[in-house]
Design a protein around this ligand. Structure first.
Ligand SMILES: NC(=O)C1=CN([C@@H]2O[C@H](COP(=O)(O)OP(=O)(O)OC[C@H]3O[C@@H](n4cnc5c(N)ncnc54)[C@H](O)[C@@H]3O)[C@@H](O)[C@H]2O)C=CC1
Ligand SMILES: O=C(O)C(=O)Cc1ccc(O)cc1
Length: 367
């Protein structure tokens, strides 16, 4: 497709979308704006956008597609601003916010002006933020949810999907309310819990300084999302307040059940509690990319690890398999270390597993 795409908010998501749009639509011109001039300067320097603009008014007026990829409460103000300035006839405005009900309500001011707004949420990302974390393949195989109102013509949704084809995401349409409930359960609430686990460990560290050292492995992994942007998550919580308040009350009941099981020394009840959770979790799809990116980790038992690491990375490089992270778990220092190698996707992990098995005699597992 040809035309002008205006991206407002040049962070992880805005940058990644700009890259995937440009990859698919070579002739499109991508214009970017960020309140943080350094982000905008970097975006231009990295070739993520073709041009920078110094105001939303300037960037918006000739745009065929406007993508708002700022924190959600900021997006509300930008929608209001867009409703007050001249826009090109036929323009499509979309956003990438993690919440949809408030934003869709806010966008009424655009519909009233005859401007098409289609709420969007590419459900992939990272705990990292900023333009430097952006990448073209971020949304590959991820769900991309749209929340158009009934007033939106289906052809407009098709045009938006064509613009976003290069994301290689799986497009789905849901209502804004269903969106906020689903993401509340599988994304927003887990972020609250991850932060609360970290708070608990931080408080425990007052009692024993060993907490931090022992938390380095598994605990650090399961609380990774607590390292996400506090600004972004504050805004998400404020937008999805009602869903989260309900979920927190349900969680309190859930914790009360565990307290009761423990107080009554109910071994069979405790077993059931874990067994039911295990069965549900084991039944979750492994090949789908959910809202919270999975860890595509490969565990390799490595004796005498300094030499083994370069050997393994050498084989992976030879097969052109990209590694996103690598670390050692020192379980039994004297005999073995466990090398944990993280990959971008399932395919890379499977290839890496086959590669290591082909070239070495190290034991591997998917964890
Ligand atoms: N981080 C993630 O994993 C995901 C985030 N989202 C949503 O996408 C949106 C963007 O998130 P990220 O890219 O991760 O955040 P980010 O922090 O990487 O980027 C946001 C950018 O917006 C800019 N910004 C803030 N106020 C602005 C304003 N008034 N005008 C112009 N630019 C402004 C910031 O300077 C920053 O560069 C958020 O609404 C978030 O909820 C959606 C999917 C995944
Ligand atoms: O980094 C993670 O695990 C995330 O949770 C990424 C994420 C953040 C916000 C979204 O709306 C969707 C995905």
């Amino acid at each position: 497709m040809e035309g002008r795409v205006f991206v407002i908010g040049l962070g992880l998501i805005g940058g990644s979308l700009a890259l995937s749009i440009k990859a698919e639509h070579r002739k499109a011109i991508i214009i970017g704006y960020d309140i943080n001039e350094e982000q905008a300067r970097l975006a231009k320097m990295m070739g993520v956008i073709d041009e920078c603009t110094s105001s939303i008014e300037e960037g918006a007026k000739e745009a065929d597609l406007i993508i708002i990829s700022t924190p959600v409460t900021v997006a509300e103000g930008i929608i209001e601003l867009l409703a007050q300035i001249p826009l090109k006839c036929g323009v499509i405005v979309t956003d990438t916010g993690s919440t949809k009900t408030t934003i869709t309500e806010k966008a009424t001011c655009l519909y009233e002006k005859g401007v098409c707004f289609i709420g969007g949420h590419p459900m992939a990302g990272s705990h990292k933020s900023g333009i430097t974390a952006s990448k073209k393949i971020l949304f590959e195989n991820a769900f991309y949810l749209f929340t158009p109102t009934s007033a939106i013509e289906p052809e407009k949704i098709e045009v938006l999907k064509s613009w976003l084809k290069g994301t290689n995401a799986k497009f789905l349409t849901v209502s804004p309310e269903e969106h906020d409930y689903l993401t509340g359960v599988i994304s927003h609430f887990p972020h609250v819990i991850a932060a609360s686990l970290v708070h608990q460990a931080a408080a425990a560290e007052e009692r024993s300084s060993l907490v931090g050292r022992l938390a380095a492995g598994g605990f650090r992994d399961i609380t990774r999302i607590a390292s996400s942007s506090p600004t972004m998550w504050r805004d998400i919580l404020l937008h999805n307040r009602n869903v989260l308040l309900d979920l927190l009350l349900e969680w309190k009941d859930e914790m009360q059940r565990v307290i009761t099981l423990l107080e009554s020394n109910d071994g069979s009840g405790i077993f059931q509690y874990f067994d039911k959770a295990k069965k549900f979790r084991d039944g979750l799809p492994t090949k789908e990319k959910g809202a919270i990116p999975a860890f595509y980790d490969l565990f390799v038992d490595v004796p005498d690890y300094p030499g083994s690491i370069s050997e393994i990375t050498g084989y992976l490089a030879k097969e052109q398999i990209n590694i996103t992270n690598i670390r050692i778990l020192e379980t039994r220092e004297d005999v073995y270390g466990v090398l944990v190698i993280s990959f971008q996707n399932e395919d890379d992990r499977t290839r890496a597993d086959q590669c290591i098995q082909l070239y070495t005699s190290f034991e591997t597992s998917m964890g």
